[in-house]
Design a protein around this ligand. Structure first.
Ligand SMILES: Nc1ncnc2c1ncn2[C@@H]1O[C@H](COP(=O)(O)OP(=O)(O)OP(=O)(O)O)[C@@H](O)[C@H]1O
Ligand SMILES: [Mg+2]
Length: 271
């Protein structure tokens, strides 16, 4: 299954969630590929991978896909841009600022429909090798996010407890319906960076979110210092502080999502 972690607002926990959810899934014996679709390359750095300009990255597979349209073949095959992550079972297609260059090229040369479907096509040969492909989206709702949404079966929308953050979910869902059709319902909203002391704000936001009935995950990710520190040393929360509140929250998130995606643990319970 391909899952985009997406929200147009910056700093709402997309990268943190991509890395820690992927790690939690691996700890549940799932194989996971993270695709870094952010030119900031945060999940690439967060997994401890240092990319030089000459190293292959997600832009090379997108350029290859686009160049084939013109009967020209350059760029790289998806298998060549998969890097091993810090845990067995966790791989990465990395990104850096050069992804912007690829974007400019695509705008100039391809039709809208073609350029929006590139990532989907790129992932076709590898998606079945993994239980889950998790796409860490950049902020904004530009071409990169559109490619990610188009390629995904499921959207995970991290949001902070603020009016503006939840207001933008409407635009994201409208865009998603344009891309995937009006009947698309396979998304969940995840509250992140939650500070339980801000009771009135939290209550207000959750009340507003009741409009998305059944779409807000029970699990909330609490603001936790260990999560920030783990990011500073480029580790996932389970490697950095397995006993922390952050590790507990992301483990819980993986269980709740596995239940939605696989009927797990009920479907896998031993009698
Ligand atoms: N639960 C948390 N507790 C404490 N700090 C957190 C938590 N979640 C995220 N952070 C911190 O908040 C900052 C923003 O998080 P993150 O980079 O995951 O957001 P993002 O949505 O990916 O941002 P961008 O849109 O720029 O890609 C980071 O410094 C991260 O370490
Ligand atoms: Mg990010």
């Amino acid at each position: 299954m391909i899952v985009s972690v997406v929200h147009q607002k910056g700093g709402v926990g997309k990268t943190t969630t991509s890395i820690n959810l992927a790690s939690a899934l691996v700890l549940n014996n799932k194989s996971v590929l993270i695709v870094d679709m952010d030119p900031q390359g945060h999940s690439t750095k967060g997994l401890g991978i240092k990319l030089e300009d000459s190293n292959l990255s997600v832009k090379d597979i997108m350029i290859k896909e686009a160049s084939s349209l013109f009967g020209q073949f350059w760029g790289s095959d998806v298998h060549e841009v998969i890097y091993k992550g810090p845990r067995a079972g966790l791989d990465l297609i990395p990104s850096n600022i050069m992804l912007i260059q690829a974007l400019e090229e695509l705008y100039g040369r391809c039709s809208k429909n073609f350029r929006e479907s590139l990532l989907s096509k790129c992932l076709l040969p590898v998606k079945n090798f993994y239980d889950y492909v998790i796409i860490d989206c950049p902020p904004g709702l530009g071409l990169l996010a559109v490619n990610a949404i188009k390629a995904s079966q499921f959207l995970l929308v991290p949001s902070i407890m603020s009016r503006l953050s939840i207001d933008s979910i409407i635009d994201l869902l409208n865009l998603t319906k344009r891309i995937k059709g009006d009947s698309f319902e396979d998304y969940r909203i995840l509250m992140t960076l939650v500070d339980p002391r801000l009771r009135s704000t939290n209550e207000y936001v959750l009340e507003e979110l009741s409009a998305y009935s059944g779409k807000v995950l029970h699990t909330q990710i609490t603001r936790n210092e260990a999560i920030n520190q783990a990011q500073i040393v480029n580790q996932d929360i389970f490697a950095f502080a397995p006993g922390s509140r952050g590790a507990e929250d992301y483990a819980k998130l993986s269980k709740e999502l596995l239940e939605i995606w696989e009927g797990y643990p009920s479907a896998h319970k031993t009698p």
